[in-house]
Design a protein around this ligand. Structure first.
Ligand code: NAP
Length: 245
């Protein structure tokens, strides 16, 4: 993968950060993206440069079509190509459905689903022109099995699976592969928000008995993006410790 160029949305922390670092360790130049936390994104860029790869940091809110376009333009201006897009930026606004307000619904759908549309639109023409590309979107086990209190999040993550399978069929003839990764519960800030009691209960439901690390998810993304994944498209790779529905 040496010398290739990747955009990773939401790569200032958590899973996105680990994906960016894993790509950089393979010699991939990475366009990092954040919404609010510039300092953390710059820190990831320093780590990437220390690994010998190049990094560009771009503030962009993936909810906005024009900002996603700017993200891809910055990648093209700096590197002249885009080989990989990882649609990773995501949020939760957990509420039981009776307490869920329209803003909780719209915020999650805007970031998790419209963000995927926006960033993918921004890279698809360069990838088709190159006749190569790899898009990986981060779905979730919640999109596969549902979860009380997460109807908004589950809907957004299930939609990513339908999007991935459809786009894979459209893009195969352009040699652009489109896949998703569906992590189970993974140790990031997102999991910190879950109360300890609920986490204990979740752990009892994971056959392997531990939460995923962000690195576990990053390894799956790497597998899909590099040569080992060259015949894989339209696939959803579950990384969940055996917690199948
Ligand atoms: P996280 O630690 O909360 O990090 C979220 C990242 O997304 C941050 O870099 C954040 O940027 C960025 N972001 C949020 N809103 C954005 C926006 N509008 N535009 C651009 N960037 C935005 O989350 P995580 O746990 O690493 O999750 C990463 C992905 O994995 C998400 O799609 C999540 O749904 C999925 N996932 C997570 C788990 C889990 O258990 N953690 C399980 C399954 C799937 P700032 O720092 O600038 O705010």
């Amino acid at each position: 993968m040496h010398g290739k160029v990747a955009i990773v949305t939401g790569s200032s922390r958590g899973i996105g950060r680990e994906i960016a670092l894993a790509l950089a360790k393979r010699g991939v130049n990475v366009v990092l993206n954040y919404q609010k936390d510039k300092a953390s994104a710059e820190a990831v860029a320093c780590e990437i440069r220390a690994l010998g790869a190049q990094a560009e940091v771009v503030e962009a809110d993936v909810r906005h079509y024009d900002q996603a376009q700017r993200l891809a333009e910055r990648a093209m201006d700096r590197f002249g190509r885009i080989d990989v897009l990882v649609n990773n930026a995501g949020i939760t606004r957990d509420k039981t459905f009776r307490k869920m307000l329209p803003e909780h619904w719209h915020e999650v759908i805007d970031v998790n689903l419209h963000g995927v549309f926006n960033a993918t639109k921004a890279v698809i023409e360069p990838m088709c022109d190159q006749r190569s590309g790899c898009i990986v979107s981060i779905s979730s086990i919640i999109g596969e099995m549902g979860n009380a209190g997460q109807a908004n999040y589950a809907a957004s993550k299930a939609a990513i699976i339908g999007f991935t399978k459809s786009l894979a069929k459209e893009m195969a003839r352009h040699n652009v592969r489109v896949n998703a990764v569906a992590p189970g519960f993974t140790e990031t800030d997102m999991l910190v928000a879950v109360p300890d009691e609920a986490k204990e209960k979740i752990l009892t439901q994971i056959p392997l008995g531990t939460f995923a690390s962000p690195q576990d998810v990053a390894h799956g993304v790497l597998y899909l993006c590099d040569e080992s994944g060259r015949h894989i498209t339209g696939h959803v790779l579950s990384i969940n410790g055996g917690m199948y529905v």
